[in-house]
Design a protein around this ligand. Structure first.
Ligand SMILES: [Zn+2]
Length: 63
């Protein structure tokens, strides 16, 4: 994972956290990341709603 991202407005949907970060060139990026220890799901999305949708539909392989 990239270390020096600054996340703002982090919300949690189930085990998945959705955060907005500001990447290079001032672009806003939305990241959904699962907090389950052995899942490792993490993805970037162009919009907040897409990231939240991915978070709410994420099925954790670790139970
Ligand atoms: Zn997961």
């Amino acid at each position: 994972m990239t270390a020096n991202r600054r996340f703002s407005s982090v919300t949690r949907i189930g085990p998945v956290q959705v955060g907005t970060s500001y990447g290079d060139r001032g672009r806003t990026q939305h990241t959904a990341a699962c907090t389950a220890p052995r899942c490792g799901f993490s993805a970037d999305y162009a919009s907040r709603s897409a990231a939240e949708l991915a978070a709410s539909t994420h099925r954790c392989p670790v139970r």
